[in-house]
Ligand binder design. Structure first.
Ligand code: 9D3
Length: 240
């Protein structure tokens, strides 16, 4: 059982998002437990302040360290008898300064028993959080979000579907696009002629070897066009 604890100033953001599809089924099957916690719960002052102005000047507000440290300490607390209490526990800060989230990292997190996700907001988070509390600082890509919440959603989704038993028997997480280094081949279903756009003849031929070859060629073509970076990586790994 993997437990996700999301620390956020907008717990309502996550109200319904985990109630659909694979994540809903994984929760119902007891493979994963997901909770969103309001960071303000760990404030002590009467204004319940989670942010403050940056030392050295500059625009915007910074998330204070105290509530975040107290939240993570409480949420990762174990019985005193539990000696190796950090085993399988990852504390993730979602931030534009993080390393890029990848399928490989999703697989690492899927092997954990607890993943704490800290959602940044405003201009940023006090650096002592990344220095002394966080095990992984993660970005989901090179574009600007208004906070870490959408990124936390992405991480929960990518990790949960990797948990053994989360996917139906018809699909396997092993045989998948990014695991093989190329994009997927094109798929077609009925009707065979939609507004004059025809399904490629080869797919009706019944020649499984030729179909497999056609699909490999189309996957390569699409990867060349949309993701040349993946192709260059695959070529380098081929040489090794
Ligand atoms: C002006 C400098 N900006 C940093 C690049 C400020 C800033 C932008 C966006 C500070 C915080 C944010 C909020 N974004 C996230 O918290 C975030 C994020 C993202 O913006 N892109 C990709 N992945 C992530 S994970 C968290």
């Amino acid at each position: 059982m993997l437990r996700f604890d999301i620390i956020t100033i907008f717990p309502e953001f996550f109200r319904e998002t985990f109630d659909y599809g694979i994540i809903r089924r994984a929760r119902a099957a007891g493979l994963v437990e997901i909770s969103a916690h309001d960071l303000r719960r760990w404030t002590r002052d009467k204004h319940r302040q989670v942010d403050d102005r940056p030392f050295g000047g500059g625009d915007g507000m910074i998330l204070k360290p105290e509530p975040i440290f107290e939240a993570v300490e409480e949420l990762t607390k174990r019985e005193p008898s539990d000696t190796n209490y950090t085993q399988g526990v990852r504390v993730v800060l979602l931030s534009p300064q993080g390393r890029q989230f990848t399928q490989a990292l999703a697989e690492e997190l899927a092997a954990c028993r607890q993943v704490v996700l800290i959602c940044g907001r405003y201009e940023g988070v006090d650096e002592r959080v990344s220095e002394a509390l966080v095990t992984d600082e993660i970005s989901i890509g090179d574009y600007v979000l208004s906070g870490g919440e959408p990124a936390a959603l992405v991480v929960v989704d990518a990790v949960t579907r990797l948990l053994p038993g989360a996917l139906g028997s018809e699909t396997s997480a092993v045989h998948e696009s990014f695991s093989e280094g190329l994009l997927d081949y094109p798929h077609y279903t009925r009707p065979p002629d939609f507004r004059g756009m025809k399904v490629p003849e080869i797919l009706f031929s019944g020649h499984h070897a030729e179909i497999a070859r056609w699909r490999a060629e189309r996957a390569l073509e699409k990867t060349k066009r949309n993701r040349p970076d993946l192709l260059e990586r695959a070529q380098r790994e081929d040489k090794d």
